[in-house]
Write a new protein. Structure first.
Length: 347
């Protein structure tokens, strides 16, 4: 959701909305991603103005004149404000970016958040250079803050099986939830990709799923026969419900009790329910099944490039985190099988 201050800056700038349109219509970014970029740029604009977000003075907007000709004066004021904000954005130097990063640091933003905000500015000024609004990118010489490497959480195979076996298969909602969990683990797709699946995206004969990923990029993901059997079982329940309920969306694979497409939030709530029932860590998320899929694939001999393609990662470096995770696990297993011998070496 966009905050009031974000809307304020968006209305005061003409180039930020143009950049967001570029992201949505040329780069094919999602509405949610574009909003995140907009929020980051609005905060930066507020900082340049010396507004409340920057801990400085925040000028009150000039009220429109209600006398004759007031509307024309209001338009003139609005246009002047837009010019001022755009001039601030267009005249930014590298030192201003560094000062902004210091400000974010002092506000105790995490390194990951600061890195994201810097990436937003990098993309924004790259766009401005491309459209010849500025001569050079002031962010180009600034390095991204070093990130703390956090290994993704994953489940052991026994834990995955325990979770998958929890939803009841003798009710249509239980069958649906089992199919959801099986699909997430068997394919490694994201939750957003799962809820976007339609009925005809499942190829039972070819044992693959047609996935629409980030940036509207499409890929084919293999799916196991056991997961397909569970999906088939759910579909039988689903189709019976659809026959007696005209509100069911005929296209959508995973629907709520009203027959409409499930939300990602609903999937999270369902998983929380089954984690509690299975006695597993409630901190586990649907994304943990994606991490588990990737880790188990690598542990069973899959090569990194194949896992990258299965996960839909643009960069191989994103996938490489799982090799660290697998190596860590292998060391743990090795240490467990070969405990230290209290300093007595074997001959």
């Amino acid at each position: 959701m966009i905050k009031q201050t974000d809307r304020h800056i968006m209305e005061e700038s003409t180039i930020i909305p143009k950049f967001l349109d570029y992201l949505k219509y040329e780069r094919r970014f999602s509405e949610h991603t574009a909003k995140c970029y907009g929020a980051d740029l609005s905060q930066f604009g507020e900082f340049l103005k010396g507004g409340s977000d920057a801990g400085g003075r925040h000028d009150e907007p000039i009220p429109p004149d209600h006398h004759e000709g007031g509307s024309q004066q209001a338009v003139a004021v609005a246009t002047k404000v837009q010019v001022e904000v755009d001039q601030l954005l267009l005249s930014v130097q590298t030192d201003s970016i560094r000062t902004y990063l210091t400000f974010l640091n002092e506000k105790q933003y995490s390194k990951a958040t600061i890195a994201r905000k810097l990436a937003t500015l990098r993309s924004f000024y790259k766009f401005l250079v491309k459209r010849e609004h500025v001569a050079s990118n002031p962010v180009v010489s600034i390095r991204t803050p070093k990130q703390e490497k956090k290994l993704p959480r994953f489940l052991e195979f026994e834990e995955v099986k325990q979770l998958l076996d929890t939803p009841p298969m003798n009710t249509w909602l239980g069958a649906r939830d089992r199919a959801i969990l099986e699909t997430l683990y068997s394919t490694g797709i994201r939750v957003s990709e799962l809820v976007a699946l339609n009925m005809d995206d499942i190829d039972f004969l070819g044992e693959v799923v047609h996935v629409r990923g980030k940036g509207k990029k499409e890929r084919i993901a293999p799916i196991g026969s056991s997961a397909l059997q569970v999906i088939q079982h759910y579909m039988e329940y689903r189709n019976k419900r659809a026959q007696s309920n005209g509100n069911f969306d005929a296209r959508v694979l995973f629907v709520n009790k009203h027959g409409r497409r499930l939300s990602t939030r609903s999937v999270r709530r369902k998983m929380d329910k089954y984690l509690k029932m299975a006695g597993l860590d409630p901190a586990i998320s649907p994304h943990t099944l994606r991490h588990s899929f990737a880790t188990h694939m690598l542990n069973n001999g899959a090569d990194l490039r194949s896992v990258q393609e299965l996960l839909g990662h643009q960069s191989l470096s994103t996938t490489q985190v799982y090799t660290h995770l697998s190596t860590t696990r292998i060391k743990e297993v090795y240490d467990g099988a070969h405990p230290r011998n209290n300093g007595h070496d074997d001959d």
